[in-house]
Design a protein around this ligand. Structure first.
Ligand SMILES: CC(C)(COP(=O)(O)OP(=O)(O)OC[C@H]1O[C@@H](n2cnc3c(N)ncnc32)[C@H](O)[C@@H]1OP(=O)(O)O)[C@@H](O)C(=O)NCCC(=O)NCCS
Length: 295
């Protein structure tokens, strides 16, 4: 039976790991381990998959702490005879489990170009240009494994009321990828959360399509305008109830409406401001679409 292990530095298990890393990652490139390389492993999280009875190590990888939120995955290797039989997947999912258990939110790595497709399969994203390391092409990749607690709680709360699933054409479906807390939002009362489903730059012309969530009664997206940015903005009320206020200039409130699920608002033009307040007992969930005005 294959078991996952956390290894101690400079033990028999660690020696086995060095042998595997040398065979799979160094030898093919004509490289060896220096004392400095070995010193670098000290204090890192050293992980492996082993067959205990046969005392054989099948796969390994390492985490180096980057900061309190992030770990760097490195030295991922599966024994040559065992590759492409699911061990890389098992090693990676054990590593992700360990990262989450240790309270980290993000895993970063420098992936060899030949292994990029493997990581992409498990939702790691390329985040930079190709570069050279140990003489071969690499890409920087990352995966967010957990949101901060408060952000996750907001997502969990919203998911009680609506199903957030984006279906981008030809790509895997996905849910919320980031949460931004606006405290306050344009001088409004309370707190507003923006739940992203699109990556930055994914929508044409860098336009915005995002969920805006006012969790509690009284939470408000404060007055703001879009004219100076030549934008038009739509609010599509997906859940809850709200008071929507239009204002002209800095102080002339012109209209107020009680809005509910299904209602849509639109704003554009100079000197036009809008604001919305949650007036219900449940979260007010709005899908916001911001586009450019015609040139
Ligand atoms: C890359 C590596 C860790 C993947 O481990 P593995 O055990 O071979 O991978 P798995 O069997 O779990 O593969 C899971 C899936 O990823 C795919 N995959 C694995 N390696 C791949 C690669 N290099 N490129 C593209 N897809 C790959 C598999 O085909 C499989 O897809 P499927 O489920 O559709 O069949 C392993 O092959 C390895 O150690 N390679 C040499 C060293 C290396 O490149 N390490 C990474 C350094 S960044």
């Amino acid at each position: 039976m294959i078991i996952p292990l956390i290894l101690e530095y400079k033990t028999k298990g660690y020696e086995d790991m060095l042998v595997l890393r040398h065979k799979i990652l160094r030898e093919p490139l004509g490289l060896t381990f220096s004392e400095k390389d070995i010193e670098k492993d000290k204090g890192d999280i050293l992980m492996a998959l082993v067959l205990p009875k046969e005392q054989k190590m099948l796969a390994c990888c390492i985490f180096t702490r980057v900061d309190e939120h992030t770990v760097k995955l490195r030295q991922m290797a599966v024994d040559r005879e065992q590759q492409k039989s699911g061990l890389g997947t098992s090693m990676l999912s054990f590593a992700e489990y360990v990262a989450e258990r240790e309270g980290f939110e993000k895993i970063v790595l420098n992936a060899r170009k030949v292994a990029v497709a493997f990581y992409q399969k498990y939702d790691y994203k390329i985040i930079g240009e190709e570069f050279t390391e140990v003489g071969i092409p690499h890409f920087r990749m990352e995966k967010r494994i957990k949101m901060e607690k408060e952000k996750q709680q907001v997502v969990d709360e919203v998911l009680k009321y609506i199903d957030i699933t984006l279906t981008p054409f030809g790509k895997p479906q996905r849910g919320v990828i980031d949460v931004e807390k606006r405290d306050p939002m344009y001088d409004g009362n309370g707190v507003v959360y923006m739940l992203s489903i699109f990556e930055k730059g994914e929508l044409v012309n860098n336009r915005i399509g995002t969920y805006m969530v006012l969790l509690n009664k009284g939470d408000q997206a404060g007055f703001h305008e879009h004219g100076t940015k030549k934008e038009q903005e739509l609010y599509v009320l997906v859940h809850g109830e709200g008071e929507y206020i239009e204002r002209q200039g800095l102080d002339k409130i012109t209209r107020k409406f009680n809005l509910k699920k299904g209602n849509v608002t639109s704003i554009q033009g100079d000197n036009n401001y809008h604001s919305i307040i949650n007036t219900g007992d449940e979260p007010l969930i709005i899908f916001v679409v911001t586009t450019y005005e015609k040139a």
